[in-house]
Design a protein around this ligand. Structure first.
Ligand code: ASP
Length: 359
């Protein structure tokens, strides 16, 4: 199906769902949790339960919920299929549909929380996008799995069970968007996929995990970091698309024409996944100076997975008009920059730096 046609069908489905009652089976003693499915390995299937090859985004949400024993004892559940893709194909269009639908659902008195099933590859990006654009303090939890549903020791069912338990817990309220995987509760700001394939792939190396969830037993240790949800100044109400922001991956002798090529192709902002403390070769820094003079914001992040990029490091940002990503990874800094440009095309360097430090 053509991408635009697919998006149109999604919009139509979301519209129809918005006008029908939410339809929870009412056990008054339980919370009402809406599960929105987007695909991923948690919905993936493979030929062999011991083979490594599989296709993400095959199983639909009703089937996924029904496969989890006792999950309906945790909460009244409804399921919606928002998308069904491997999260390498997650897009700004789906993010906007998802965020609008979540805002619409959470505004209803009979919806207490949201669980989103997602692929692991870009899960932290969707979590961070929603952390900045959901306007509710009700729990929003992303769940995923590293092994497909047909795998020996599939981790999806328990992750989904635990995700519903967290979304239904009073303790999760006001904590921003959360990721639940492998018994850990992680914040949207801090969560990172650190390993390519094992079940313990997700960590929060700077801040640590926020809590644990063990067979539905929820235990929070501390709150999240950064401004989120109801306190976020970003809004996607009426927004149809976000400005293009591209990432340059730093390495020795990185091609210095990349930034110019990206801008020529339509980029309205650039993130450098620099080496070390957000460093990049002299030619790219000169290109950054030119770009920022033209009003194209440039953020210095790092290709190093752990640690903040210092505002005053080897690069003196004000000499090039650049800003540091602080703790945000290149992919999360990109999301913040897309929303920032959408909100204010002429945002000052100082204001952008403040956003990067505060979110
Ligand atoms: N490629 C898959 C996805 O992100 C990987 C996963 O879900 O674990 O959808």
């Amino acid at each position: 199906m053509k991408k635009q046609l697919f998006i149109n069908y999604l919009m139509l489905a979301v519209f129809i769902l918005a006008i029908v009652p939410t339809g929870f089976s009412q056990d008054k003693s339980l919370k009402n949790i809406a599960v929105l499915a987007t695909g991923g390995t948690i919905a993936g299937t493979g030929e062999s339960s011991t083979g490594s090859s599989y296709t993400a985004g095959q199983v639909r949400i009703g089937e996924m919920i029904d496969a989890v024993p006792n999950i309906r004892k945790l909460a009244n559940l409804t399921g919606e299929q928002t998308a069904n893709v491997g999260s390498q194909d997650m897009s700004v269009e789906v993010w906007l549909i998802l965020a609008n639908r979540i805002n619409e659902l959470l505004a209803k008195d009979d919806v207490d929380g949201i669980v989103i099933t997602h692929g692991t590859d870009t899960q932290e990006e969707t979590a961070f996008f929603l952390n900045l654009t959901v306007k509710s303090d009700k729990p929003v939890v992303l769940v995923s799995s590293m092994r497909p549903s047909t795998s020996l020791s599939a981790d999806g069912p328990l992750n989904l069970y635990n995700g519903v338990a967290v979304a239904a817990s009073d303790a999760a309220k006001g904590k921003g968007v959360l990721v639940v995987i492998n018994d850990a509760i992680l914040s949207a700001h801090a969560v990172k996929k650190m390993l390519t394939t094992p079940v313990h792939a997700f960590m929060s190396p700077e801040h640590g995990q926020m809590g644990t969830v063990s067979f539905g037993l929820v235990d929070f240790f501390h709150g999240p970091h950064g401004i989120h949800t109801v306190n976020s100044e970003f809004s996607i109400k009426g927004v149809k698309e976000l400005p293009r922001v591209d990432i340059i991956y730093g390495c020795a002798d990185v091609s210095t024409d990349l930034m110019g090529l990206m801008i020529k192709a339509g980029a309205k902002g650039i993130v450098i996944a620099g080496v070390g403390d957000g460093n990049i070769n002299a030619g790219t820094l000169e290109a950054a100076k030119k770009a920022t003079k033209m009003g194209i914001p440039v953020i210095r992040a790092s290709r190093i997975p752990v640690g903040a990029v210092l505002v005053h490091g080897e690069v003196v940002d004000k000499d090039y008009g650049t800003v540091s990503s602080d703790e945000l990874s290149p992919q999360k800094a990109r999301i913040l920059l897309m929303l920032a440009i959408q909100q204010d095309k002429n945002m000052s360097r100082e204001k952008l730096q403040e956003l990067l430090i505060n979110y």
